[in-house]
Design a protein around this ligand. Structure first.
Ligand code: SAM
Length: 215
């Protein structure tokens, strides 16, 4: 179908345009999984139930900079933008150029930018966008299949990039995350979401000041 016709259908919110739209993220995700299985780490995107549970503790009124690692086709990205303040920003960092291109083309929102890069460079990336610290950092990274040492480096860089009291939100299929998060964060809370393929662990890790405030 010609691009111009598809754009017209999209504008009119035509059922055909909606059907094509829902197929595109799935097929993009699957194609990238076939190309880079270890980097993608999962054959299908996260479920709406996992998205809801992972984001449940976020205080949206205080979030000015929200960072996302490994957005893929934007399963979390769109719900985050729905909740984010009008004057806040979402930076989504992915090592996969095709996902970054897809997200920047598909999401027209002045509060959003997909950045090609590694989560290990989070401090440099947020500085390049005019920020000194993030309120929340969300991770969809496949930590257990990352090269040796990279997970530990990303956890340390994340803690350094968060504001005092800020939180690192991680969903992960294995318990591997515990040994990476515990040395970096003073408080780590855990949850579990059955309604996902496969069922998934959730870790909410808080930077120091939250403890002092809560005490
Ligand atoms: C399992 S997918 C998550 C997709 C999506 N967030 C979801 O929940 O459906 C993992 C993503 O992490 C990205 N990734 C892997 N290593 C990365 C790194 N070091 N920095 C940033 N993104 C990375 C992959 O390219 C992929 O998009």
């Amino acid at each position: 179908m010609a691009t111009v016709e598809l754009k017209k259908l999209r504008k009119a919110n035509h059922p055909l345009a909606r059907a094509i739209r829902s197929l595109t993220p799935m097929s993009t995700f699957f194609r990238e999984f076939v190309k880079h299985p270890a980097m993608i780490g999962s054959v299908i995107p996260s479920s709406p139930a996992l998205v809801r549970a992972t984001l449940a503790p976020v205080d949206w009124s205080s979030a000015r900079l929200f960072v996302e690692y490994g957005p893929g086709v934007g399963t979390f990205t769109r719900p985050v933008l729905e909740m984010l303040r009008p004057d806040a920003m979402l930076l989504s960092i992915d090592t996969n150029r095709d996902f970054v291109r897809y997200l920047n083309a598909d999401i027209a929102d002045v509060r959003f930018r997909a950045v090609h890069g590694s989560a290990a460079d989070v401090r440099k990336i947020i500085a390049e966008h005019g920020f000194t610290e993030a309120d929340y950092i969300l991770s969809g990274l496949p930590f257990s299949t990352l090269p040796s040492g990279v997970g530990e480096l990303i956890a340390a860089e994340t803690e350094a990039a968060l504001r005092p009291g800020g939180a690192f939100l991680v969903y992960q299929y294995s318990n591997y995350m515990r040994k990476i998060l515990y040395p970096c964060f003073a408080r780590v809370e855990q949850g579990f979401e059955w309604l996902n393929i496969p069922p998934c662990r959730i870790f909410w890790s808080y930077k120091e000041e939250a403890l002092a405030k809560a005490a």
